[in-house]
Design a protein around this ligand. Structure first.
Ligand SMILES: *[C@@H]1O[C@H](CO)[C@@H](O)[C@H](O)[C@H]1NC(C)=O
Ligand SMILES: *[C@@H]1O[C@H](CO)[C@@H](O)[C@H](O)[C@H]1NC(C)=O
Ligand SMILES: *[C@@H]1O[C@H](CO)[C@@H](O)[C@H](O)[C@H]1NC(C)=O
Ligand SMILES: *[C@@H]1O[C@H](CO)[C@@H](O)[C@H](O)[C@H]1NC(C)=O
Ligand SMILES: [Zn+2]
Length: 678
């Protein structure tokens, strides 16, 4: 090893822990928070809409609170045009049309409570950059019926009040009879909510008399805000207990429709100061936490509402009914309509029991988790562990879940393709099938490529994979797209690898013919690639020409023994699948999520003219037909995996005919490419 490589190696070693963000502790945190919901009003029966199940949707604002036009009219969030229900009274139609408000990008405001510890300038910069990146991403994805004027939060009557009138026939039913003298303020995850953001509170000393004592007047509220996030950067016990926790959060208040309107987030201080701090990782963590507190929470699944036009009962949204259930294998799944549709499209299966599986490794006593099952939705931003930032996707299934809350309309055009499991059918990721090698799962502990082919990988399992194994990025220097990994030691001298922004990982057994004494095992190698069409690309080894690499097949290279395998439907397939994050620009990646769907820094993609790629758009059902490719892939992948399934495959060329590893795509003749001796 040359001396010049030593600093690189040290850096790579230090980089290691950054990719392991550890468990998300959201469910544990949320369950410790008592959520303030809008008090139920005493209303006349006409103020309630009933759905078929008898579940009621509340139509009137809470008692004692100013009614606003928005709170008195339900608007189907996803209704683009209004199709009046035949049985709906005319008066209601007019009212609805008058009051209809299109959902608009969500306005999320942050507030740093007074008691939040003083942090240094650079800590603040890191936190603010992460928050603003995450918030602009979420605001671009989610739209809401905006809160008119000002957001004003409720106080918890059980806290400020020692005695509540509980006689249904008294005029002051459910109002406070006597104040709790010890009451000072409202808190959200331990952070103080300023009185300015809160409604006032009154006491009614007599059960039937209107006479009231106002103990605190209403504050001015928070203008132009649909959600307020109280943020504190601290070193708390929870942060210190697990160094892989970057932040945690909870929602603290819901509005009359059940939508969370206030939440709190603690950003752990320690991870901000580590050398390998990753802005992108932090942004993703904040987005992940925001998705939880905005609705992707096991405590809120049962309050999600169906606001589609198929909800038959007129003005309101109705209940989805039960959205979670276990399938016949005992796997807990989420069965809300858009989620099912998105997953059916993703896996290409319409199996009745196919809902989106929830993580069973961090499920609570009710069997519910607020995370997707990692075996099936690996790479999604809502799995329990976020991996390396370049491998995390804001996927269609997650966005569909947010839509199914009924509180948001979602801009699906910004969804990022998951690739993981695409078209693989209902059994994909199940414990019964994952041990059969496929292009996603591996067996043994050999070397290969992460399924997105950005990284070299090693076949491994983890707690959430439950024995299923996948190629995970190597601990150090596995990014093919990082030029500084060149010479980092994970490549072999004779393998002609190139680390470059265009480089991707390829399974390879190539070895120069003059290296006759070396036996080669299959491993992931970094070669450059450039797109020549959809799912068509060329690769380049060090000193070689560009060589056509038939997707699903393999090539041999003159002057070398062995072969390079060309992955099918991984490269030059989706624009946004390759959303590389530049390690050199720690603060510029807010654009990564907020830019147009074609977010990518893949040079070869942007240089090459491309046929139109399928980008998941507003209809999750719109995906390009892939049957043509699937047939081919099945055949060729079988060939490859037959070879790769041996735990550690050593191909010794002197002994064995290379036929065992030569796998060619059916539609391309064996592509033997002649290479000038390098
Ligand atoms: C409830 O209030 C009504 C009217 O104020 C009164 O007649 C009735 O006795 C009360 N019931 C109870 C259980 O206190
Ligand atoms: C990679 O990291 C492992 C331990 O984490 C270390 O043993 C190994 O030497 C490192 N390899 C290189 C090439 O840096
Ligand atoms: C969705 O996002 C894209 C990209 O940001 C934007 O061009 C488009 O106008 C958005 N659509 C809606 C309905 O907001
Ligand atoms: C989906 O599955 C059906 C049969 O189950 C198959 O005919 C079709 O080609 C598949 N579509 C895709 C896009 O994989
Ligand atoms: Zn989480």
């Amino acid at each position: 090893m040359k001396a010049v490589h030593v600093p690189v190696l040290l850096l790579l070693l230090l980089l290691r822990p950054v990719y392991i963000l550890g468990k998300c502790i959201f469910d544990e945190v949320q369950s410790s928070v008592s959520v303030v919901s809008s008090p139920i009003a005493q209303t006349s029966s006409s103020d309630w809409a009933f759905n078929a199940n008898g579940a009621k949707s509340q139509v009137i604002a809470a008692e004692g609170h100013r009614r606003t036009p928005l709170q008195t009219t339900r608007t189907p969030l996803h209704a683009k045009s209004l199709h009046p229900h035949p049985h709906r009274p005319k008066r209601m139609d007019k009212e609805m049309i008058k009051d209809i408000v299109e959902p608009q990008p969500m306005r999320i405001k942050t507030w740093i409570p007074r008691e939040s510890p003083i942090i240094s300038q650079w800590e603040r910069e890191r936190v603010e950059a992460a928050l603003s990146g995450a918030i602009s991403t979420v605001s671009n994805l989610l739209s809401v019926i905006r809160v008119p004027d000002r957001l004003l939060l409720n106080r918890d009557i059980n806290k400020y009040c020692r005695f509540i009138w509980r006689n249904r026939s008294s005029a002051n039913y459910n109002r406070c009879g006597r104040a709790n003298e010890k009451y000072r303020s409202e808190h959200c995850l331990g952070l103080t909510i300023p009185d300015d953001h809160l409604r006032g509170y009154d006491v009614y000393p007599h059960p039937d008399q209107a006479a009231l004592r106002t103990l605190k007047p209403a504050g001015p509220g928070v203008p132009d805000t649909d959600f307020i996030l109280y943020v504190s950067t601290q070193s708390t016990e929870k942060c210190r207990a697990d160094s892989s926790v970057l932040a945690y959060s909870a929602h603290c208040e819901t509005d009359t429709e059940g939508r969370p309107v206030a939440g709190a987030m603690v950003i752990c201080r320690e991870p901000l100061s580590v050398k390998e701090f990753s802005h992108e990782g932090m942004v993703q963590t904040v987005i992940h936490e925001l998705f939880h507190i905005l609705g992707f929470s096991r405590e809120l699944f049962s309050t999600w509402r169906d606001c589609s036009l198929s909800c038959q009962m007129g003005v309101g949204c109705c209940s989805h009914g039960h959205v979670t259930n276990t399938d016949e294998t005992g796997q807990m799944r989420l069965y809300s309509p858009s989620v099912r549709k998105a997953l059916h499209t993703h896996l290409n299966s319409t199996h009745a029991e196919l809902g989106a599986p929830l993580e069973n490794q961090d499920a609570g006593s009710g069997g519910l988790s607020s995370h997707w099952e990692a075996r099936v939705l690996q790479g999604s931003i809502m799995t329990a562990v976020l991996g390396e930032p370049s491998l995390v996707r804001i996927d269609l299934v997650t966005l569909s879940a947010l839509r199914d809350t009924g509180w948001y309309s979602v801009n699906f055009s910004q969804a990022q393709s998951l690739l993981w499991g695409e078209g693989e059918g209902v059994l994909f990721g199940s414990l019964s099938t994952c041990n059969q090698p496929s292009s996603f799962f591996c067996t043994g502990s050999g070397l290969g490529c992460h399924y997105l082919h950005l990284h070299k990988g090693e076949c491994q399992s983890d707690k959430y994979l439950e024995g299923c194994r996948i190629y995970k990025p190597l601990a150090n220097g596995s990014e093919c797209w990082k030029e500084e990994n060149e010479g980092g030691g994970s490549e072999d001298e004779w393998s002609e690898e190139i680390y470059h922004t265009d480089s991707r990982c390829f399974l390879s057994t190539l070895i120069r013919q003059d290296q006759s004494s070396i036996s080669v095992s299959v491993a992931g190698r970094c070669y450059r690639h450039r797109c020549t069409g959809r799912n068509r690309y060329q690769i380049q080894l060090k000193g070689s020409d560009w060589l056509h690499c038939p997707a699903g097949g393999s090539i041999e290279v003159t002057g070398y023994r062995g072969a390079v395998y060309c992955p099918d439907k991984r490269l030059c397939y989706y624009h946004e699948a390759i959303s590389l994050i530049s390690p050199h620009h720690p603060f510029n990646s807010a654009q990564l999520f907020t830019a147009s769907p074609a977010i990518q820094r893949d040079h070869s993609l942007s240089k090459q003219p491309m046929p139109p790629l399928s980008s998941p758009n507003s209809d999750p059902g719109l995906h390009l037909s892939m049957s043509r490719y699937r047939t081919l892939m099945t055949v060729t992948v079988l060939g490859v995996t037959a070879v790769l399934s041996t735990p550690i495959l050593i191909i010794v060329y002197r002994k064995c005919c290379s036929d065992t590893v030569r796998v060619h795509a059916l539609r391309d003749p064996p592509a033997v490419v002649h290479l000038q001796a390098a």
